[in-house]
Ligand binder design. Structure first.
Ligand SMILES: NC(=O)c1ccc[n+]([C@@H]2O[C@H](COP(=O)([O-])OP(=O)(O)OC[C@H]3O[C@@H](n4cnc5c(N)ncnc54)[C@H](OP(=O)(O)O)[C@@H]3O)[C@@H](O)[C@H]2O)c1
Length: 179
């Protein structure tokens, strides 16, 4: 089976993706502060803001594809901590696109519909972005940096998601924490 690297495996989307993907891929998932176990998935601790650590991760795993879901995903937190959140939302995303480009492997990035201000829905992919929060601005910046360095980046602008959440986590329907 080909190897898939999923960042943010301890998060809401990454946790769900890992469980689906392990049926067809050899999946490696990363977490930062929430160690976890997912049957059939190799979990690794990694701070994605650390380029050297990321480089070693790519060298050791040799993934055939990457799905980058890790982020500071709380718009409120990003609004009050813009510099801190920039490092994971923009800088780390750029590192991951660069390392994927070096290996010529596809990289999926989870952006947000908050790249738009919401005043003129529905939006098309080609509509100009109009973020009104630091979180939205960071995702726009990450999209630009990732696409400029790598031809095989797929950007998914996700809406608000809900569903089953990891044991320690939260989802829209079972809200807790800082979301
Ligand atoms: N949830 C939504 O409704 C929604 C809507 C639109 C877009 N999105 C986007 O979709 C993606 C997934 O969202 P989500 O709700 O699944 O996020 P989440 O539940 O908040 O999970 C975030 C993940 O990122 C990891 N992380 C944070 N900082 C990190 C760092 N410095 N190094 C390594 N890992 C780090 C966390 O690890 P630990 O928990 O182990 O610390 C966790 O696994 C994000 O890019 C988000 O912006 C989400």
């Amino acid at each position: 089976m080909k190897k898939l690297l999923v960042t943010g495996a301890s998060g809401f989307l990454g946790w769900n993706l890992c469980q689906l993907a392990q049926q067809e891929w050899e999946v490696y998932g990363t977490y930062l502060s929430q160690p976890l176990a997912i049957p059939g998935v190799t979990l690794l601790q990694a701070d994605l803001r650390d380029f050297q650590h990321l480089k070693v991760l790519f060298q050791e795993i040799q993934p055939a594809a990457v799905i980058h879901t890790a982020a500071q995903s709380s718009p409120n937190y990003c609004q009050t901590h813009p510099t801190e959140s920039y490092h994971i939302n923009v800088t780390a995303s750029s590192y991951i696109a660069g390392l994927s480009a070096d290996r010529q492997i596809p990289c999926v990035f989870t952006s947000t519909d908050l790249v738009f201000d919401g005043r003129n829905p529905p939006y098309r992919e080609t509509d100009p972005v109009s973020p009104i929060s630091y979180y939205g601005e960071q995702k726009v910046r990450a999209e630009l940096e990732m696409r400029s360095g790598h031809g095989q980046v797929a950007i998914c602008r996700m809406p608000l998601m809900f569903g089953a959440a990891p044991p320690h986590g939260s989802s829209f329907t079972a809200c807790s924490g800082n979301k």
